[in-house]
Design a protein around this ligand. Structure first.
Ligand code: MG
Length: 396
């Protein structure tokens, strides 16, 4: 791993137009798992502490589009967005101009290689720091054939010692500037940074890459990246459920006020078949709603004598069993109680403890709030108390 003391800048050329893939949106902006390819790539670099600045080189007509992406996806380490040139070499050169003077190592990576790992980036930076220049490559696995323009096999090429070049490729900053200067002076054109170093006569250290570090060039590649990132999409994004709950009960004399399973000293209490814990009822309804299981009335009918004066925490326990039985767990709940009186916040810690225990989660995942309605409406006239709850469930 690259020590944090090394200062590195990443240049990510992403200036392709996508014409090769026949796409209206350039490939680096195609969405995979709900996020543009380029954002996956930048996130890998943001995870490496040594990378202090990231320079994106993009099509000149996409600068504003990319600036919006930076805000939307919190790409805070990106220090510059610059317009690309005709060749990759021109784009990287434009990016190099935006690298700060104190940076020691510059690492260049294709914007369309979104599966690069932070570990590989780190190893490449460390190798460049030690040897001057380093590049990621993988040994050629398949038999290589030289093929004529007409589509005939000419001969088999000996693949011994043959490696396929990938990115990232990293070079000490001063050395990379020198390589670009020399390429310009001699009119040399190279398809990657390592070839500029070879042209300069400087050795390049090879770092073993990963087969999954593919470059999206053809539509097939996009399918492959989707498949590799896909399970994450299903696990993390698609298996969330949200639910909303609302309940209200009438305030009457000679009833105990119970909210969140806590007895609260007050002249009035809530009227209901059960203990009328409006807060717990709204939470139950939100959980049932998220599961697509109707509402509390369907599961615990008012007419059933078994539920008369029952502690609503018992109902919540049964709802939570249903949540677990269906393979979900509570991510968080946010509950608001609407009551003119009494002041409820002193009882929140005990309520949170009750709810968190039954929901089998941490207290901070159960947020409680109380508000008055400034004397307006039935809550304001102290005829009743209502509660609203929102929950998020995640599939296991
Ligand atoms: Mg109720």
């Amino acid at each position: 791993m690259a020590p944090i003391s090394i200062t590195a800048a990443a240049i990510i050329p992403a200036a392709g137009s996508g014409r090769r893939m026949g796409l209206s949106t350039p490939k680096q902006f195609q969405e995979v798992a709900g996020v543009p390819l380029l954002v996956h790539t930048v996130n890998a670099f943001q995870a490496v502490p040594a990378v202090q600045e990231i320079i994106l080189v993009v099509p000149p007509d996409h600068i504003d589009f990319v600036r919006d992406l930076l805000i939307r996806y919190r790409l805070l380490r990106v220090s510059a967005v610059v317009p690309g040139g005709a060749r990759r070499q021109d784009s990287v050169k434009a990016g190099l101009l935006a690298v700060s003077a104190e940076i020691e190592v510059v690492i260049v990576h294709d914007g369309a290689r979104p599966l690069v790992s932070p570990g590989l980036i780190s190893v490449c930076i460390a190798a460049a720091h030690e040897h001057g220049a380093a590049m990621v490559a993988v040994p050629v696995k398949d038999t290589l054939k030289a093929v004529t323009n007409e589509g005939w096999v000419e001969r088999t090429v000996d693949r011994t010692g043959m490696w396929q070049a990938q990115t990232p490729q990293a070079v000490r900053a001063a050395l990379l500037r020198e390589a670009f200067r020399f390429a310009d002076e001699t009119g040399f054109s190279g398809t990657d940074e390592a070839s500029l170093l070879e042209h300069l006569g400087h050795p390049v250290r090879v770092v073993s890459g990963a087969e999954t570090n593919i470059k999206v060039t053809r539509p097939d590649d996009l399918q492959m990246v989707r498949a590799l990132l896909g399970p994450k999409e299903n696990d993390d994004l698609m298996n969330f459920r949200i639910g909303i709950g609302f309940d209200a009960h009438r305030l009457v004399p000679e009833r105990t006020l119970i909210l969140g399973g806590v007895k609260i000293p007050h002249a009035l209490g809530l009227l209901g078949h059960s203990d009328a814990d409006v807060l717990v009822h709204s939470l139950c309804d939100a959980l049932l709603g998220a599961l697509g299981e109707g509402d509390i009335g369907r599961h615990f009918p008012d007419q059933d004598p078994g539920y008369k004066d029952i502690c609503s925490l018992v109902l919540l326990e049964q709802v939570v069993s249903l949540v677990q039985g269906k393979g979900f767990r509570l991510v968080n709940a946010d509950i608001t109680v609407i009551a003119e009186r009494p002041k409820l916040s002193p009882y929140f810690p005990s309520m949170q403890e009750n709810l968190a225990r039954i929901c089998k989660t941490e207290r901070e995942r159960i947020n409680l709030k109380a508000t008055t309605t400034e004397a307006m409406g039935f809550e304001g006239r102290q005829e009743g108390i209502s509660a609203q709850a929102v929950v998020l469930l995640a599939g296991k």
